[in-house]
Write a protein that binds this ligand. Structure first.
Ligand SMILES: *Cc1c(COP(=O)(O)O)cnc(C)c1O
Length: 720
């Protein structure tokens, strides 16, 4: 018989105060995105209300806010839930209190280092859809690793009312652009209480500052969607990469100038400012103006800023760099210039590629390059291309004297390694340790049992198949699909076909449709009854990139052709959740950019953490990783004169690779059913990609090559 006492005992129901305390703990946990890379925490949130977990896009705050009365209390009264909560909270406290790599390393003696990392987008988790693609994912992974390593760093960005757009494809495959409102009440952000007016041209919108906790680091997000602001001012934080150039530039004033003002108002003035992409470059100008406002001479002020400013450029495509008419910028920045007692011509001197050419616009990248004491591209190849590209900004100096180095991107391994994969590596005594730039996760992956790896691959592929069917059913439902289509969704893909993934922004240079250049040949590859192949696509094009949207449409229509139905599928609304499912479940990760347009690319670094293998054009990060045994390089053997000819040559090389190497290797099985060469390649891929292309290594390099030395440099920007 259950005892009923008022005190909480082993078997009695817990007292109301206990439940209230647990609710408090749950809320605290939900408000620290630390949970997003600690699977027991995620499991706990999902278990509270599995249906709502999916319906809210994996959003614990929304679950807490909108749970039916009594539900959470009832769940938290259960012993199992209480235990899980307790264990997760203890793990978090241990983690937050432990001595970090930074605490232990000599770098701590470097003084009062405090880095502010400015970026227009951050991808921390799918429940916070404030990102469009790789730039945001990189920024989010940077913050997570900074937290793991214990590097004193805060992020600064904008909180967009609509986030990025949501993609829905119509019956004809054309893109519907949806802008759902993101309610801050249902996001993991806390109001810092800080408000300040940010001067933009003749306007002074009030800015509110939110704080998002990400373990040891935090991210400050600026927001002008306040009642007291005029409509035009509220628009500043309406959406990511939305609107006319004028609005875009004003958003960038808010990010750069407002971002620095916010840090000052918060009492968080950094010793080093890292501009992740040129969007935030006006921060540098604000820093110059702060110096000159105190009577420092301009040249000296610029030198002083260079000892505090780090800049990372992210695109080798000339059109990808923001340029604004000088008059537009002069007007928007007039208050900053006035504050610093600076003449307008400073903008031209610092922001024109060739300052003497007065008709040239201001280029955000040039402004950042001129003011930063360290600049870098995001792969070795991209560093090279960038030095070539920006000789003009450095007085037509020879390319090897252009002060742009390189730090190759990485991914945050705990975010992108599937829990089953982690369990597998641990069971094989393979190191998965993180939290230090030299921990080199998976370096010893080749000692793992190939058979075990194959079992893992089969499980992850099955999970992906289930995931895809579920998503297809949902998509069909949104499009108003009939019974046949629902049936088709339920039987799409197969659990043992060679599964190829292609998921990335549908920017045209990424050439999503390269594989479709010869549909007959593709159909033969895909429909071989003994050696079936299937392909999962996912990706969004920028809402204004009609070329990219046409690619999405072409992919969509191809999936509808009878010979490809259920074998080639397209998942809408590519986000981090789809990303995680794909990079773990796909056997081969396909990357087909037009070289050298991919600055780095990071999605290919995620697959090998899960036993996946890359098949890529030799572009971005891949030339640094490829050793001929850890994946496949699509090599047409020549550089063609026109993009169309290059497409044809690259497609031919890709088909040949698939037919002659990839498919046969996957289906050549030993007597035990294990494809030996395949598993050897997968383990070698894990062992060569995992230890190097991760953000612990990357953030460590930023620390040692940029954050710490930048203050010691006067000339700045030596190459690595
Ligand atoms: C990793 C990732 C990216 C970056 O992919 P690229 O290889 O750089 O194209 C973009 N979007 C999402 C959701 C990701 O997870």
């Amino acid at each position: 018989m259950p005892r009923t006492t008022t005190r909480s005992t082993r078997s009695g129901p817990p007292a109301a105060t206990v439940i209230a305390r647990r609710l408090g703990q749950l809320e605290e946990l939900a408000n620290d995105l630390w949970w997003t890379w600690h699977e027991p925490a995620e499991r706990l949130f999902r278990s509270l209300d599995p249906a709502r977990w999916d319906a809210t896009g994996h959003n614990p705050i929304a679950i807490i806010r909108d749970a039916p009365a009594g539900l959470l209390e009832a769940r938290l009264a259960e012993t199992g839930t209480a235990k899980a909560l307790d264990s997760v909270c203890r793990a978090r406290h241990r983690e937050l209190e432990r001595r970090t790599w930074f605490d232990r390393s000599r770098r701590r003696d470097a003084g009062d280092l405090k880095v502010a990392y400015l970026c227009s987008e951050f991808a921390i988790h799918e429940s916070m859809p404030q990102y469009s693609g790789g730039l945001g994912v990189l920024a989010g992974d940077h913050l997570k690793s900074a937290s793991d390593l214990g590097i004193p760093l805060v992020g600064v960005g904008l909180l967009y009312r609509h986030g990025y757009y949501r993609q829905q494809l119509r019956e004809d495959g054309s893109t519907r652009v949806l802008y759902p409102v993101q309610d801050p009440e249902r996001l993991p952000v806390e109001d810092t209480g800080v408000r300040f007016p940010c001067p933009i041209g003749g306007r002074m919108p009030q800015v509110r500052v939110w704080r998002q906790r990400i373990g040891r680091t935090c991210l400050f997000l600026l927001d002008t969607d306040l009642e007291e602001n005029a409509a035009a001012d509220r628009e500043l934080t309406e959406g990511l990469y939305k609107g006319e150039p004028q609005l875009r530039m004003e958003q960038q004033v808010l990010l750069g100038v407002g971002g620095m003002m916010a840090l000052e108002a918060l009492g968080e003035m950094p010793t080093v400012v890292h501009l992740n992409e040129g969007h935030a470059a006006f921060a540098g100008l604000w820093m110059v103006a702060s110096e000159t406002s105190r009577g420092v001479a301009l040249e000296e002020a610029i030198e002083s800023v260079r000892r505090r400013l780090v800049f990372t450029t992210h695109t080798p495509v000339p059109a990808g760099h923001d340029r604004y008419p000088m008059a537009m910028v002069e007007k928007a920045l007039a208050p900053v210039l006035r504050f610093g007692g600076l003449p307008k011509r400073v903008l031209g001197q610092l922001g024109r590629e060739r300052p003497a050419e007065r008709e040239q616009p201001l280029c955000m990248t040039v402004l950042a390059l001129r003011l930063a004491g360290w600049s870098n591209g995001v792969s070795k190849l991209h560093g090279e291309v960038s030095r070539d590209m920006w000789t003009g900004a450095f007085g037509d100096a020879p390319a090897d004297e252009v002060p742009i180095g390189s730090i190759t991107n990485g991914v945050h391994a705990p975010t992108w390694m599937h829990p089953l994969a982690e369990r597998f590596w641990r069971s094989q005594k393979v190191s998965v340790s993180c939290g230090s730039p030299t921990s080199r996760p998976l370096a010893d992956a080749e000692k793992a049992d190939p058979r075990g790896l194959w079992d893992l691959r089969n499980r992850l592929r099955s999970e992906l198949v289930r995931f895809v069917r579920h998503r297809l059913a949902h998509q069909n439902c949104c499009r108003g699909g009939g019974h046949d289509e629902m049936h088709e969704a339920a039987s799409a893909l197969s659990e043992d076909a060679l599964t190829i993934g292609f998921a990335r922004r549908f920017a045209t240079y990424k050439r999503a449709i390269l594989l479709f250049s010869d549909l007959k040949r593709l159909a033969r590859i895909v429909n071989d009854p003994k050696r079936p192949v299937q392909i999962v696509f996912s990706g969004k094009a920028h809402p204004r990139d009609l070329g990219g949207q046409a690619f999405a449409q072409k992919v969509f229509q191809t999936t509808r052709r009878p010979e490809f139905r259920g074998r080639i599928v397209l998942l809408e609304e590519y986000d981090m959740a789809i990303g995680r499912a794909l990079v773990s479940g796909c056997d081969v990760w396909l990357n087909t950019p037009l070289r050298p347009h991919e600055a780095s690319g990071t999605s290919g670094m995620k697959g090998p953490l899960n036993g996946g293998i890359n098949c890529s054009i030799s572009d971005g990060w891949w030339p640094e990783a490829a050793d001929g045994r850890n994946g496949w390089t699509i090599d047409a053997g020549r550089t063609c004169r026109t993009p169309a000819a290059q497409d044809r040559a690259d497609a031919e090389a890709l088909y040949r690779l698939l037919e002659e190497e990839i498919v046969p290797e996957f289906f050549t099985r030993g007597r035990d059913g294990v494809p030996r060469r395949w598993t050897r390649r997968a383990l070698h891929s894990a062992a060569t990609v995992g230890p190097v292309f991760n953000t612990d290594r990357m953030v460590g390099e930023y620390l040692d090559e940029a954050y710490l030395p930048v203050g010691r440099r006067s000339g700045g920007g030596e190459r690595s």
